[in-house]
Structures are given as C-alpha cells and as structure tokens.
Design a protein. Structure first.
Lengths: 441, 318
C-alpha cells in the first residue's frame, strides 16, 4: 500500500525527530560530563604561545613522563578573551571544558562568582611544597576562601628601572633613596620632548603597583573594597602629581586594545622620550626584546621610599594553571602543573624561554638565575628579585575583581590622570559602585 | 468558479486529491511523497537547534537570575526593571542612539550624494562607474579588525596620519580616541568610511530603477535639476531610502567590533555601545540573565524603530 503524508503527520514526525535529536544531544551532554578519573587523553587550553610552550615542556619533562608516560595531552591556544569566555561557558554548561587551563590573574575572579567554584582545589596536592614558593605570586591570585585553585610560576616583583647613562650625565646620584630624589632628578632631565615616566591612563596597573608599595590593596582581608584607603588615595594623587604638578611624567601612549605597552609605547622609549619605568619582570622583558639598542644603559633598583609604608616592591600580573572540575584525570593534570611550576627543570625552562623569574624558591640556587644581567648594567637581577620577594604584599582576590578594576580604570584612573577628577573623590565614590557589584553576586 | 489547487503545487492538473478514507486532502497528489519535506528537514532541524532554541532559551533566561554557575532562579521582569535603573545601560543606549542618528542623518544622505555623483556627469565613463562601484564596496568587505587597526594608526595622537596632516597645515593635534569629546566622533567617522560605499550602492541600484523617461518628461515640463531631484527622483527612491534607513538603524544597534577594538568603550564610557555592555555583563560580570535582558531590549528597540519607519513610509506613500 502506498503511504502518503498529511501536513499534520509531517509536523508530528518532524517534531518527534527534533525532540529525539535534542534528547540524544542532551544524553550526549550527560555522558560527557562523567568523570572517569583516569582518562589517557587530556586537553590543555592557553592563550599565550610562550606559556603553552612552557606547559608542553612540562609535559615532556621526566617529572611528568615518569608518572604518566601513557597520557597524551592536546594543547590548544586561543585568543585571550575567547579562551576565558569559552572556558567559563563550558564550565557553566557542564561540558566541553579542558582538563587543565591557564587562567590569567585578572580573570580568575569570574571563576569564583556564585557558590560553586568549578575548579579543583589544589591545597592538599601542593602539600609541603607551599614552603618552596613565594605565595603572593604563586598561589594567592588563584586562591579563594582558604582553598588554592591555581598555581603560577612567575615572580612578578615590581622594581624601578631607569637610564643610568642619562641620569649620570645630568649629575643625578644613583640609586634613588626616596621618591623626592626621583622627582628632583626628573625635573632635572625633563624637557618638552623628554620626561622621566610614562603613566598609564587606560590601565589600573600603575595605581595598583603604587598602592601596594604604599601598603594597601583594592580589597581588604574580608573582601571589602579598600580603594578609598588613605594610602590608595595618596598613591593615586602621587601619580597625578608626577604629570601635572611635578611635570616629570606624561600620559603613556597606549590604546584601548593594548592599554599597557603597545608599539608606540615602546617606540617612545626607543626615542628616549621616557627614561624610567617601574614594573614586574614581564614588563622589563619588553625593553630587552624591543629596545635592544639601549642594552647596558639601564639599571634597576627596588622602589624608593617616601610613599605610604614604602614597601620595596609590589605584585603585578601572572597566570596560573588550574584543573577544571570536568577533568578526566585530575592526577595527571596535577602532575603537569607540578612538573611545570614546582620543579627547577620546569621553571628554568620558562626563565630561559621568556625570562620569567620563578616563584619557586629553590630555583634561585641555580647559576642561570644568579648571572649578571647585561641589559640592566650587569645587575644580578635574579638576586634582587629574590631578596625583595619576601616583602611582596598578599594578593586579595575577589569575585568582583575584574568588574572592580574595570570600573576603577573607567571612573578613577582615566578621569584623574586626565586631570578631570579628584583622586580622593573618585576613589571614595567607587565604594558605592563596588558594593553594588558585590550585591549583584 | 475558482479551481481548487493542490497545496503542494504538484501534479500539474491542479486538481484536488481527496483522501477516500479520511476525507483529508493528500499531500502531493498522485505522486505524493515525503521526499521534499525530508529534504527540508535538515534545514529546519539546524534552524531550530541553532536559532529558534537559543532565541527562546535566551528569552527564558532573561526572566531569571542566572549569575555565574549558580542555579538560575525565576525573577519575572526584574531584569527588565533593572534596565531602566542601570545608569551604564542608559548611557550605552544614549551612545548607541547617537550613533544610529548619525547613521541615518549623516551617513545615509552622504551615501545618496555619492550615488548621485557616480551616476551624474561627474563620472562620465562606464568603466569609471564600474571602478567606483567596486571601490565603494571594498570597505564593506574589509574585516572589522583590519579597519580598527587601520584607524587606530590614523587616529593615533603622536604618530597618526590625521594629526600629521593637521600639523602640516598648522592646526593643533587632537586626541581622537582618548578624548571624551572626540571619541564618539571618531567612531562615527569610521562608521561612515565603512558603510558609505555599500549604502551608495543601494542608492545606485534604486536610481537605476527610476525610468529615464520620467526625468525627460520633467525636463520637457520645465523642471530644473533640483526640482527633478526633489519631485521625481526622491519620491521614487522612497523604498530604497526606507531600506537604507532601516538597515542602518539595525546595524547601529548591533555595532560591536569597531568601538570594542578602537576604544574599548572608553574613555570613561564615552563610546560604550549596547552590544559591548551586553558582552561585559555576560562575559565579565557573568550575569547571564541580565545580559539576555539587554539583548532582548536591543532586539525590541530595533523592531520598534523598524515598525515606526515602516509606518512613516506608508503614511508618506499614500
């Protein structure tokens, strides 16, 4: 008998087929989220080629191979925003997340919103090795409510760097003891075409470094907004005054999609429009790579005294490796993190490849880190970093960290650094904004 | 009497194929088959999975409090009430509307002017006309990332092309992308550069559809160029104008890439557009319910404005 189909019949059949397809899809989702715990095929997501190479080196290391030689890891590099967004989405959906992922310090706050953290706690796995790392750099940024969710390898101690040759020619006594000395030297060398510093107005970084140097942070130990602390206001006013009162700094030539060190920023240093800076090792590595002609002319020192509590350093930047709750093999995932971040072999690879000074203390016994740095006038910069690392302030994470720093950038840094708002007023008014953000969590 | 037509339009004899058993008409007549519908099924399956489902899912999400990994909770219209109390949303709405107004009242007339110029005696040769048509289309097919990079260099305060030109003629340098006063103007200028050509092509197509005889008749009746344009060309271009204005409005409320890459919404939210705010709320604050409400508000605004434009069009074409 020949069968024909009515429209209603077609819709029924089609609807049934669609429902079936959805059901199958959902079933597939459910099956995928099961944790077997011993998968031999893992996935790693990163956003920076250098860091992914660091992870690959850990994968090939003896420390990892001896324990999990039969495990295969696929490494994927995605653009910064895309990787973090995809990771969050996959964790919310319960499917599709990698086993291990790099999470940048300023994006970690997004992963601790809500009641459930979709990453595996690492505190127990780290164990006694916690004594071998500088915690403010290696684990604090990826810690929340007493648990550690990520481990970073970079010691991001902030120091001050300056052109020794130009300052000596101007008769400046070096190294600087106080910020007043820095200001006096800046006034000595500043002209229409040359300033001491380039201060950012599109990034919270300079303020964040200076406020830590002054002895405070955006959040207190209870997670409350602390940007209106007098030391934070003093740091903001100090940066403003460098540009508008003392006239020894200018606004950094940065742009929206690269608000820290775009090509024009480095070009300004090449052209000697600016002759000093402060920042962590990754910031100074830009000079080694992009201003090679000035090798040997620079010098570094700890931060001078005269601003708040005058800590000799601050903490800025970093990326940590974390294990997602969807990991098919947490043990092998941890072995990779451990091999990369908590062994001399692992951290020295990243030092040699990217000049990433390690947060792993035993590595400073190695000759490679004790060598004088030719670019910075023969200073034993590894020694300097490890000497001041104990003074690193603790990093206080918050679920609203990304939103807060974005709001501070928008409503404090840009207007204050463009002389359109008062530092104290802007930082005080920010309290309401941050409290609103916290209420929405 | 009107002959009854087979619904599937097949069979050729335009006769109804009654179903003897049920009285229902059969689908497809004598050569009835499910094949056409099976061929269509993949499209509908994909359409349902990737468009209908997300659309309705987002609508449902907009009525929920869904932050980060917490279980979503139904909160009715709270997210929509929050929209009208959210200063940043209202600021983004104002910025987006300013851009949309610039698209309608600056970009569209300019596009018409360019189209008229290409069609006029100013571009006499057919080859030259073709050259212009292709040239006008190129910005539209250029990647937004490339456009943003290019204009980032042009607008750069210290090394930019525009300020170099200003310097050469003795004018002061301007901080195009970093000044709250100029940043929106810069985005509008980039928008004009990007969309001017393609909108001109729409107008060119519209102009080509106007019969030449009407212009000749107007000339014989003593109408000069201005009157011919105002009383013949412009009224006959109304459908094209409507199309250009509607799509300019819709595109304006969807604008994301260029301000995101050029200014990232700054300085101090001076170029924060609705789409970027949605992205921030969705992926930075990870407030999925509220982000869905912002998305639906954008859709609603576009729909209302489009309907208003259609009604205006009908009113003036009666």
């Amino acid at each position: 008998m020949k069968r024909t189909m009515t429209r209603r019949g077609f819709l029924k059949t089609g609807g049934g087929a669609l429902a079936g397809a959805y059901a199958l899809g959902l079933a597939g989702c459910g099956g995928g989220s099961e944790q077997e715990g011993s998968s031999k095929s893992l996935e790693f997501w990163g956003f920076d080629e250098g860091r992914v190479n660091f992870a690959k080196a850990a994968y090939k290391s003896k420390a990892f191979e001896s324990k999990h030689g039969d495990v295969k890891i696929t490494f994927r590099i995605l653009p910064y925003e895309q990787m973090h967004d995809k990771l969050l989405t996959a964790l919310v959906s319960g499917q599709g997340a990698p086993d291990i992922a790099d999470i940048e310090i300023s994006r970690f706050g997004q992963f601790i919103k809500g009641d459930r953290v979709p990453l595996l706690g690492l505190k127990g796995r780290i164990g006694d090795a916690i004594n071998d790392i500088y915690e403010p750099a290696a684990v604090d940024p990826w810690s929340w409510k007493g648990e550690i969710y990520g481990v970073g390898n970079e010691l991001n101690t902030v120091v001050m760097a300056y052109r020794r040759d130009i300052l000596e020619d101007a008769g400046v006594q070096l190294p600087f003891a106080t910020w007043d000395d820095v200001i006096a030297a800046g006034q000595e060398i500043s002209t229409g075409d040359r300033k001491m510093f380039a201060i950012h107005d599109l990034s919270f970084g300079d303020h964040y470094m200076m406020m830590q140097h002054a002895g405070t942070a955006y959040f207190d130990e209870n997670g409350n907004y602390n940007g209106d602390d007098p030391r934070s206001i003093e740091a903001m006013q100090f940066l403003h005054d460098l540009v508008y009162k003392h006239e020894i700094a200018a606004i950094a030539p940065a742009e929206a999609d690269n608000n820290w060190a775009p090509p024009q920023y480095m070009a300004s240093f090449r052209a000697e429009k600016f002759i000093a800076t402060f920042g962590p090792p990754w910031h100074l590595s830009y000079f080694i790579d992009q201003v090679p002609d000035q090798s040997g002319k620079w010098d570094v020192q700890e931060l001078p005294e005269g601003l708040g509590e005058s800590r000799p350093t601050a903490n800025f930047g970093g990326t940590g490796m974390a294990i997602t709750e969807q990991s098919g093999n947490p043990e092998a995932s941890w072995a990779l993190i451990e091999a990369g971040n908590l062994t001399k072999e692992g951290v020295l690879f990243d030092f040699e490849e990217r000049t990433a000074y390690p947060a792993y203390k035993p590595a400073y016994e190695e000759q490679a880190l004790a060598q004088p740095n030719d670019y910075f006038g023969g200073v034993k910069i590894g020694q300097l970093y490890s000497d001041i690392a104990d003074d690193l302030p603790a990093f206080r994470q918050s679920p609203v960290w990304p939103d807060t720093t974005e709001a501070i950038q928008r409503d404090v840094i840009t207007p204050v650094m463009n002389d359109k708002a008062d530092a104290e007023t802007a930082l005080t008014e920010m309290k309401g904004t941050v409290e609103d953000l916290q209420k929405e969590q | 009497m009107q002959p009854r037509v087979d619904e599937a339009g097949q069979g050729g004899d335009r006769k109804t194929a009654p179903d003897g058993a049920t009285g229902k008409r059969r689908w497809g007549g004598r050569r009835s088959t499910a094949a056409p519908y099976l061929f269509l099924l993949p499209f509908f399956a994909i359409y349902s999975a990737f468009l209908l489902y997300p659309t309705f899912s987002a609508l449902w999400l907009s009525f929920q409090e869904a932050v980060a990994l917490d279980t979503p909770a139904f909160i009715g219209l709270d997210n929509y009430v929050r929209l009208v109390q959210d200063e940043r949303y209202l600021h983004a709405l104002r910025n987006t509307t300013v851009y949309a107004l610039a698209s309608v009242f600056i970009l569209s007339p300019l596009a018409l002017a360019v189209a008229l110029a290409v069609r006029s005696f100013l571009v006499p040769s057919a080859n030259l006309k073709s050259f212009y048509r292709i040239s006008l289309f190129l910005p539209f097919i250029t990647s937004f990332v490339v456009i943003a990079l290019m204009f980032g260099l042009i607008f750069n305060k210290d090394f930019g092309l525009l300020n170099s030109f200003f310097r050469s003629i003795g004018l002061p340098e301007l901080n195009w992308l970093r000044s709250e006063r100029l940043a929106m103007l810069s985005i509008v200028l980039v928008g004009i550069w990007t969309y001017l050509g393609v909108n001109s092509l729409y107008f060119l197509a519209g102009l080509q559809n106007i019969p030449h005889e009407l212009n000749e008749a107007a000339a014989i009746d003593g109408a000069n160029r201005r009157k011919t344009f105002l009383y013949v060309t412009l009224p006959l271009l109304r459908p094209t104008i409507l199309f250009v204005v509607v799509q300019a409005t819709i595109f304006s409320y969807q604008l994301f890439e260029i301000p995101f890459l050029l200014t990232n919404g700054g300085p101090s939210d001076a170029t924060l557009f609705l789409s970027q705010y949605l992205y921030e709320v969705g992926f930075s604050q990870f407030d999925r319910g509220y982000a869905a409400a912002i998305g639906y508000s954008m859709a609603l605004i576009s729909i209302v404005l489009t309907i208003a434009q259609l009604l205006l069009y009908r009113r003036y074409t009666r």
